[in-house]
Design a binder for this molecule. Sequence first.
Ligand code: F3S
Length: 407
Amino acid sequence: MRLSTEEKAMLAGEQGKATQKAMEILVALGTIYGAEHMVPVTSVQIAGVSYDNLGEAGLHFLTEMEQGGGKARVLTTLNPAGMDVENWQSLGIEAEFAEKQIQVIEAFASMNVITTCTCTPYLTGNVPHFGEHIAWAESSAVCYANSVLGARSNREGGPSALAAAITGRTPAYGMHLDGDRRPQVTFDVQAALLENDDFGALGKAIGEHLQALEGKPVPYIRGVNEATLESLKSFAASLATYGGAALFHMGGITPEAGQYEPPGDPIPITPAGLSAAKIEMTDGDVSDADFVSLGCPHLSIKEIARIAELLEGKQVVKEFWITTARPIKQVADRMGYTETIEASGAIFAADTCCVVAPIKGRFKALVTDSAKACYYAAGKNHFQTILKPFDEVVFAALGESQPEAAT
Ligand code: F3S
């Protein structure tokens, strides 16, 4: 790789041990992927924050980087941790785990990383603009940033994201290059899309097609007439989960779509295909569910307002986690939504989520509106899953089977 004078100095150890290690990681990565040079980044988002995923080896790596003088030189935030940092006791987290998780957060803080733990950094001030080069790690956020914001990020691992934060660089390959952002396959959506679970099912249907195609091509999606921020975050999460995609173009919706003609013969996504995707994500019954969660990806303030509206004056009958970023929770506090939600018995789980928290085996079946949460609840935590539209998830927590009951 061609390195600038400053990058060579970093690699030679002239800016400290952690910077040297970080540059070694990036050069190795760039060499593997054939990058010719580095590109400066303006924003980083680091995954691998939950101690449940990181373990002792991960904590040791962070401590080494911290002791080696590593400091983030660009805006850097974190992915969800394994617990609500302020309120972990109410989530049933063990004190021993909490102690380790706090050590992880403190190590990041001492490296100048902003310890907002969220998979929706674009809702909390870490918002790159069109064309900006960034190094993000959370798959749903990478897919959202590339596709909806038009920023440019490969899906980084925890160490390479930290290395990008410390050096302010990432190797120029993949999503950073124009050529790799071109759509190669077209999907024609013929099904109506109303709610997050519809967009999640669409992500699964298209994602599974991508997995079966050679080289996991960048999809161009046509036939979607409107989509909200919330439905696009659901779609990006699902497409990344089921298809490993880091980028999609959606005609009339995403900013780069207009640069391209939809390529090739379109693959239809029919109403039957969408229904089949939903059915495949449901292997339990609401009446048997003992866990309900909304907020995968983390909830927007608009979604929290809706939950508060539905829970007003009522009591939940199942454990119900509301997962969001700390700054969004603080807005909910100010608006009185938190008081309404907590009076119902539902629990805020800020900084974390139902996938990264250490709750394997603790529940039998999860009700959610998230296709991504279904995938990991089944695969990682061994729960049965029930996919429902947003409002119906809240009704499930209330033990109300009829949506009309809450209007
Ligand atoms: Fe975010 Fe956790 Fe879902 S990190 S995308 S809420 S699995």
